[in-house]
Structure formats: C-alpha cells, structure tokens
Design a protein around this ligand. Structure first.
Ligand code: PLP
Length: 355
C-alpha cells in the first residue's frame, strides 16, 4: 500500500444533462463515507457496526418500529417489499405509470411472482376511487387477490402526495384488508417539496413498507426496504437473499445511507434538485409553443414541445421523451445540477421556440 495508483477519468466531469437524476455521480460526502468505512474487517451480510447504526438512524426518521434492510437497487427494493407483503396468489394495485409496472421489465411478475392490477392516473397519483376499480373479487379463486396498494412518492410524474392524500389511501386500503407500499425512490424530494419530516407522510399516515431511495439522491448505489409495520411484511431476510439483494459487504451500503441520513445531506441534496427544477420551469414557462404538463413539485419538469424541437435540443443536452405520441418530454434535475446548467438549457429551449 502507499504507492501511486493509476486512475483515469474517461469522461468530462463538468458535463451534465437533464435525462435522469441517476446520471449524476456520487456526492463527495458519500464517497468520503465509503472511504471512512473502509479498512479492517467487519462481519459480512449486515452484522457490521454501520448497519447497526443505520437501524438507529432510520428509527429516528421513521419511528421506533422501523427496521431497515439495505439492498442494491430500487427495483430490488420494490420486488422484495412486495413479495414480503403478499402471498403467492397476491396482487398489487398501482397506477399504470408506476415504475413497478412500466420500468422493471416484469420483475414484480417474473421474479416476485406477483400480479399487478393497474389503473390510469394522469398525474401519477392513486385515489380512493381508483383503488376501487381494482379492489374486487376478494375470495374469488379465479382472480389474483388484491393484497397491496403501491404508491410512488414523489410520483413518476414528479407530483407529490400530501400526507392527507396518503392518509385517505391507507385508511381505505386498510379498511379493505390491504396493506400499503410506498416506492420512495425519490422520497427525499417529497420531504423537501412538502417541507415535512419523512415520517409525516409515511409512518404517521399508515404506510406499511417503504422502498427508501438513495441512489437518485447521491449514493453510488444503495437503497433500503424500510418496514414500518412488522405485521405487514414477512420473511424479508430470506427473501432478500433469494432475490439476490443481500450484499456481503453491507457496511458500504449502510455507510452511504448513513452519510445521507445521519445529518441533513438527504434534505440539502433534494432541496437543491427540486429548486433547480423550479428554476427551469420558471425560465421556460410561458414561452410560446411550450406546454408544461404537470405541477413541478419535485425535481422533474414535464413539457410538450413542438415537433422536432426536442431532437434539436438533444444535440446539446440529453433528456428523454416521456410520451413520443404527444411530444411530451421529461427534464430531471439532480443534486449536482447547477444554476448555470439550468440557465444554459433554458436559454437553448427559448432559442428554439422564439423565432
Ligand atoms: C419511481 C422509481 N422507482 C424505483 C426506481 C429504481 O430503479 P433502479 O432499479 O434502477 O434502482 C426508479 C428509478 O428509475 C424510479 O424512478
């Protein structure tokens, strides 16, 4: 040890786009936490001091009953959560745009063995009425049995449920005998948007299990299944291994989650990402030809552009189509998006639209 190590940077570390919060690298404080957790030997598979401390910190955020299970990624957190909440014949009610339905390549069905019962929701939010469209057929052996309602906070469309909206959903779900899962890939953005502690829109309003997101908020990789009501989830340790989400060197995932959650990095980073989306929206809203399609309540802006504009912009800034048929695009900001990035992008958008 101690000799010079050759490292090579193959990309431009100053180049950022608006495609995804996952395009960002890791926050320097997270990398420092990994380095600080390095060296020496620690018991593998989660019996290390970082994972023990994580339990205390998660309990501070989500309440004393909360139990955290670190995992590699968000799809894994979702599949594992849902599997632990349902029997083999169980089904999940969610919106059509839910990540579990649109972007997990059938993992909940194929790996989790679960059926998804979807409903359309233009703003990405489930409601009491939408749940009822699928909450039927209880006791009918011909129908997969609805057992879980899964919501995403913030939603795939960048909107945030209020605690009251979530309370209404959980009360209705529990009355029907269903439990509630919250896909929190962007849970920190929701807390920042609502200006509320994490438990105010989870534990305190009846959510049972959370997929806690870290990667989009500056981790190298790492999320956690956080069980808020132990009665709603069974077999998680076994399922995590079966689902290939049990990391042997768990101290490094836990150390990253601690870097976020043991101080205010989680909130600082999410507040910044949200503020950059607000800035972007303000800079382009009202430009002729551009239609903003969703409220900007987190780190995403959704807009419809005239034909051809998106492709011309993409020669300089990367971002994704959301709906090719309507010309709707999605612009995402991250913890490292700068005001200068936003201003340059907004100027390019206006330049394309204003003759
Ligand atoms: C709403 C939502 N849930 C979960 C995930 C987790 O995905 P991954 O498996 O890529 O970590 C994502 C990532 O895009 C997401 O947007």
């Amino acid at each position: 040890m101690g000799e010079d190590v050759a490292v090579t940077t193959l990309h431009d570390p100053e180049s950022r786009g608006f495609a995804s919060d996952n395009y960002a690298g890791a926050h320097p404080e997270v990398l420092a936490a990994i380095a600080a957790a390095n060296g020496g030997h620690q018991v593998a598979y989660g019996e290390d001091v970082y994972t023990a401390r994580l339990q205390e910190v998660m309990a501070g955020h989500f309440g004393d009953k909360a139990r955290a299970f670190p995992v590699f990624n968000g799809t894994g957190a979702n599949v594992l959560s849902l599997q632990s909440m349902l029997p083999r014949w169980g089904a999940v009610i969610c919106v059509e745009t839910a990540h579990i339905n649109m972007d997990e390549n059938g993992a909940p069905e194929r790996i989790g063995g679960l059926k998804l019962l979807t409903v359309p929701a233009p703003d990405g939010k489930l409601t009491h009425e939408l749940i009822d469209r699928q909450a039927w057929g209880f006791g009918d052996e011909h129908r997969a049995q609805p057992g879980v309602v899964s919501i995403t906070q913030t939603t795939e469309l960048g909107t945030a449920y209020t605690p009251g909206e979530i309370a209404a959903l959980t009360t209705h779900a529990h009355d029907l005998g269903l439990t509630v899962h919250l896909d929190g890939a962007r849970i920190a953005n929701a807390a920042a948007s609502l200006d509320l502690p994490l438990r105010a829109f989870t534990t305190d309003v009846g959510v049972d299990v959370v997929s806690f997101g870290g990667t989009k908020n500056g981790l190298l990789y790492g999320e956690a299944v956080v069980v808020l009501d132990p009665a709603a989830s069974a077999g998680l340790p076994y399922l995590r291994k079966m689902d290939m989400q049990l990391t042997s060197k768990m101290r490094f995932v836990s150390a990253q989650l601690l870097a976020l959650l043991d101080g205010d990095l989680w909130l600082r980073s999410a507040q910044h990402a949200n503020a950059m989306a607000t800035r972007l929206r303000a800079a382009v809203e009202g430009t002729e030809g551009l239609v903003i399609t969703q409220p900007t309540q987190s780190n995403a802006v959704f807009a419809i552009l005239p034909a051809g504009v998106a492709d011309r912009l993409r020669t300089r800034f990367r971002f994704y189509d959301w709906n090719e048929a309507t010309g709707e695009v999605r612009w995402m900001c991250a913890f490292d998006t700068t005001e200068a990035d936003v201003d340059a992008f907004a100027a390019a958008i206006r330049h394309e639209l204003i003759p």
